[in-house]
Design a protein around this ligand. Sequence first.
Ligand SMILES: Cc1cc2nc3c(=O)[nH]c(=O)nc-3n(C[C@H](O)[C@H](O)[C@H](O)COP(=O)(O)O)c2cc1C
Length: 301
Amino acid sequence: MADTRVNIAGVEWKNPVTTASGTFGSGAEFCDFVDLNKLGAVTTKGVANVPWEGNATPRVAEVYGGMMNAVGLQNPGIDVFCERDIPFLRQYDTNIIVNVCGRSEEDYCEVVERLANEDVDMLEINISCPNVKEGGIAFGQNPKAAEAITKAVKKYAKQPVIMKLSPNVTDITEMARAVEAGGADAVSLINTLTGMKIDINRRQFVLANKTGGVSGPIVKPIAVRMVYQVANAVAIPVIGMGGISTWEDAVEFLLAGASAVSVGTANFFQPNVTEEIAAGIEAYMDKNGFGTVADMVGIVK
Ligand SMILES: Cc1cc2nc3c(=O)[nH]c(=O)nc-3n(C[C@H](O)[C@H](O)[C@H](O)COP(=O)(O)O)c2cc1C
């Protein structure tokens, strides 16, 4: 029997599958469809120091092979999150990864400091949201700023810190090296790719925000390439995501160098997909004689 456990920056997951931030709420919306006990971790929607309203509507649209969103990190703020979402998730035997967003270094640090005494397992710092003017992208596209924000949050963090990278850069390895230099314990990628859609009948942008982040199957080849590049550039673990909809997709990311995977947009069209992906990885390991997940991570060179 294959051993599906993985160790990500000192935290043991029962399998390498988590949910991509913003596509799974804090689990409550999905727990009727997915047994959360079967997931390595649940990664929550981004949370800020105070409630954020998000962008004007329309803020989601279908595109060929995926979707485009400009939700703008709507969230209830850290107080509600701590009272409502952490106790809910703690009922389950899974790790809790809290995705953190902010408009400034102080915002991020305030949330991270607040979470230091909460019962959560890892923090994922979103410095890559393309849909909010100050939503982190200023940090996510400049290596010096990315290193500085990593250093700043690490001062307050009690849990391992995963820095979430933007694909909207020229050289993703430069960004990964920068956050590693800043002390990141792991790195996750990719966030969405900035896109645009125009309604030719109304002769207007489809999204009120004009641009939005493209996700889903269409971004997968780009994500696999970036995960491969980053895994070969840094020593810290890589959590891979971008278009994963099947266990085969997940295996591709592991072979490229991801130590774990996140599933996002696919949750919207198949709510139990994460559970199926975890089972599929295990069956693939059994069939192909991989004793541990680590045995297959990054073996395609
Ligand atoms: C509707 C929506 C909301 C998202 N919200 C967040 C968020 O709050 N924080 C974050 O780091 N990423 C957010 N993302 C990005 C996803 O976590 C993920 O990086 C991206 O969608 C690529 O994975 P996928 O193709 O499997 O969806 C969001 C994506 C979507 C589609």
